[in-house]
Design a protein around this ligand. Structure first.
Ligand SMILES: [Fe+2]
Ligand SMILES: [Fe+2]
Length: 242
């Protein structure tokens, strides 16, 4: 039997949960002065982060590796923490959350129709767009609370991406090289499309953060090249630890 070595990820997620508990929350009582364009943008990302993750957990459980399923449960808890922190940030700025957003509803429905591998591919689109977005908020927001929350979320997303990459690499290991190349190409096109949609939809917030739309798309697409290569590259015969 292949040793998936997801114990390492479980330990990492658990250590992070402990660290989070020890550090505690940002000081919400400081309040936040948020630009209206940033509020509109953060509210949409808050909806995207929110969700019980039960469909993904179910698929991970059916994949037959209980350690991996445990890691996915911890991953989902981190995403829920992102939604919680964004809601508290919005509240600190005197704003509420959205009850839902059409793009999120479409995204969730699409993912439900897919198997684990396809769901992770689509999820990875959101994770990589999030990498560039939260970096923009962390570095560009004038409000210290907004910058801190974005920095914390970004640090988590930077761990999520290699976690999904690893599972995807194993998922695509059985495909012949041309099929893996097609997956990589298709995924990068999907990512470029999603980055363009976000750049248009969140353009005013990005402008406020000092990031041009075109640069946002270009930098997200640039990020995607090594990632696509890593999860569709020829697999090692015996996967080792991270
Ligand atoms: Fe997230
Ligand atoms: Fe994430």
């Amino acid at each position: 039997m292949i040793n998936w070595r997801y114990e390492t990820w479980v330990r990492e997620f658990e250590a992070e949960r402990e660290r989070r508990g020890a550090v505690g929350d940002p000081l919400w009582s400081l309040g936040a002065a948020l630009d209206p364009a940033l509020v509109r943008s953060l509210r949409k990302f808050q909806v995207g982060e929110d969700g019980d993750g039960s469909a993904l957990i179910g698929k991970a459980e059916r994949a037959g590796d209980p350690v991996y399923a445990g890691a996915v449960r911890l991953f989902v808890a981190e995403e829920q923490n992102h939604a919680r922190m964004l809601a508290l940030l919005l509240a600190a700025g005197g704003s509420g959350t959205l009850s839902g957003h059409w793009s999120d509803a479409v995204f969730v429905r699409l993912r439900r129709l897919m198997g684990l591998r396809m769901e992770l591919l689509v999820l990875m689109v959101a994770e990589v767009v999030a990498l560039r977005y939260y970096r923009a908020v962390r570095d560009g927001a004038a409000d210290p609370l907004a910058s801190e929350v974005a920095g914390r979320i970004l640090a988590d997303e930077e761990r999520h991406v290699p976690f999904h990459c690893r599972r995807l690499r194993e998922g695509f290991a059985g495909l012949p090289a041309p099929a893996r190349r097609a997956v990589a190409g298709g995924w990068r096109i999907l990512l470029a499309g999603a980055a363009a949609l976000v750049a248009v939809d969140h353009g005013p917030a990005l402008r406020h953060l000092g990031v041009r739309r075109r640069a946002f798309v270009a930098e997200t697409v640039r990020l995607s090249a090594p990632l696509a290569a890593s999860f569709t590259s020829a697999p090692a015969r015996t996967p080792t630890g991270v």
